[in-house]
Write a protein that binds this ligand. Structure first.
Ligand code: F0G
Length: 346
């Protein structure tokens, strides 16, 4: 059905808004019994990797592109650590408009780069980090009149609220904790706004604690200061100066939540646990929340029996290089039954 049709009444859609739709949204909220048992909680993963471009970005991009067209814009531009660019390029392709994406050179996962190029975007590799690419994209948008579709575009965050609505629609309530990775800090803010809207509408009666997780090498919200040289294996959240920092801080303090940092090693271990004990392959940034929950558990700070939803923001297939660096090689055999039995018998 797509986000615009499914949540039409809750979105700023007019008769003139084009019907943009890649069947985004309605992603599965996957119960994770084995991981839940390990942590002593009731854990669900909302697998945003099932969206058409493989990340949560599609929820907001569909609205941003629809409103850009409604406003008479004829091209879109964004800076990205990879997923925003893939999403923008996909929606621009579906509408037949040009898309310009600025990426930090050499720091974008292979799958995301392949996507943007395949969808036909003009891909520009900036010799600088994401924060600088974002400044440039904003200036470029101003000078050319292209629609800026980063999360500074308010429609992005409005569309992303749909993730919170879906969780409540499925659970019949809000979770106790909402665990989410934080990069440019838009998504945590969008979810908080979404939960609040549902509470106002009387669809839920209490709000979750918002638990934001950052990579230790790119954790400006945890350490309360911009990080000039962010570095992490979770390239999606390799961001030192989040544009929505103020909104994210408000979400965490209003909800009684927390920001926590996790190391790259903890993120990669969580990625393996999620795949090998949950059956879900999510990209490294998406695994920061599980890494954080595992850390809080060892610190004795994870309450028993609570319901936690974590947002698995992007598909693991987007970053095969990082995954392959963490796992063993296939077992090679000759094409004989003897060789096969030797392996199966082990
Ligand atoms: N997880 C993934 C997989 C992401 O791609 C991003 C952000 C985040 C988490 C963080 O979300 O920025 O709303 O706090 N990716 C952006 C991009 C920056 O360009 O694709 P946030």
């Amino acid at each position: 059905m797509g986000v615009l049709r499914h949540y039409r009444e809750l979105l700023p859609i007019t008769d003139k808004t084009p019907d943009v739709n890649l069947e985004e949204g309605m992603t599965p909220l996957i119960p994770l019994p084995r991981v839940s048992k390990r942590l002593g909680i009731n854990l669900y993963g909302k697998f945003e990797g099932c969206n058409p471009s493989g990340s949560f970005k599609d929820r907001g991009m569909v609205l941003a592109v629809a409103k850009a067209l409604e406003d008479g814009k004829r091209a879109v531009i964004c800076a990205s650590t990879g997923n925003t660019s893939a999403s923008a390029a996909a929606y621009a392709a579906s509408q037949g408009i040009p898309c310009f994406v600025l990426l930090p050179a050499g720091k974008v996962a292979l799958g995301k780069l392949a996507q943007a190029l395949m969808y036909g975007a003009k891909v520009i590799a900036v010799k600088g980090n994401f924060d600088r690419a974002l400044e440039l994209a904003r200036e470029g948008a101003e000078k050319t009149g292209c629609a800026m579709v980063n999360s500074v575009n308010p429609y992005r965050l409005i569309g992303q609220r749909s993730g919170a609505w879906e969780i409540c629609d499925v659970l019949g309530k809000a979770p106790d904790w909402h665990a989410i990775p934080v990069g440019n800090a838009g998504n945590i803010s969008a979810y908080w706004a979404g939960y609040n809207e549902y509470k106002k509408l009387g669809k839920i009666d209490r709000l979750p604690r918002m638990m934001g997780f950052q990579a230790d090498g790119a954790a400006p919200l945890v350490y309360n200061k911009p990080c000039p040289n962010p570095e992490t294996v979770a390239t999606a959240i390799r961001i030192g100066n989040p544009v929505s920092a103020h909104l994210a801080r408000a979400a965490v303090s209003e909800s009684g939540g927390e920001f926590n940092a996790v190391t790259d090693a903890q993120i990669l271990e969580a990625q393996r646990v999620l795949a090998a004990e949950g059956g879900v392959f999510a990209e490294p940034a998406s695994c920061a929340p599980l890494a954080g929950l595992m850390k809080l558990k060892t610190e004795g700070r994870l309450p028993e029996g609570i319901t936690v939803t974590m947002i698995l923001t992007g598909n693991g297939l987007k970053d095969p290089d990082t995954a392959m660096s963490q796992v063993g090689k296939p077992i090679e055999i000759n094409d004989t039954l003897d060789d096969l039995m030797r392996v199966l018998g082990e």
